[in-house]
Design a binder for this molecule. Structure first.
Ligand SMILES: [Zn+2]
Length: 89
């Protein structure tokens, strides 16, 4: 009879510990996901823009802005501006 009570107590303790661990794990996981979310938004600088010249998508932070248009690099910006110039001569 005593053995049964001890087993019940051990079972209850294990159940209690398991629930506590599960809750800790869930909180830890939620915190991690929040951290990851803030990391990605910071790295991408909010949203993506498109190069007007080659139409490639890139983070706003890495893009160049000229006359209201976005460009992936200085070369594409220069080429686009060259093509925008009215023909001379
Ligand atoms: Zn480009």
């Amino acid at each position: 009879m005593n053995l049964l009570i001890i087993r019940l107590i051990i079972f209850a303790l294990l159940l209690f510990a398991g629930l506590k661990l599960y809750r800790m794990y869930r909180e830890w996981k939620l915190e991690r996901e929040e951290l990851l979310d803030s990391d990605t938004t910071r790295n991408e600088g909010g949203h993506m823009v498109r190069c007007t010249y080659c139409h490639v998508h890139l983070p706003e932070n890495d893009a160049l802005r000229e006359r209201g248009e976005w460009f992936c690099c200085g070369a594409h910006r220069d080429k686009f501006l060259e093509e925008q110039k009215p023909p001379q001569g």
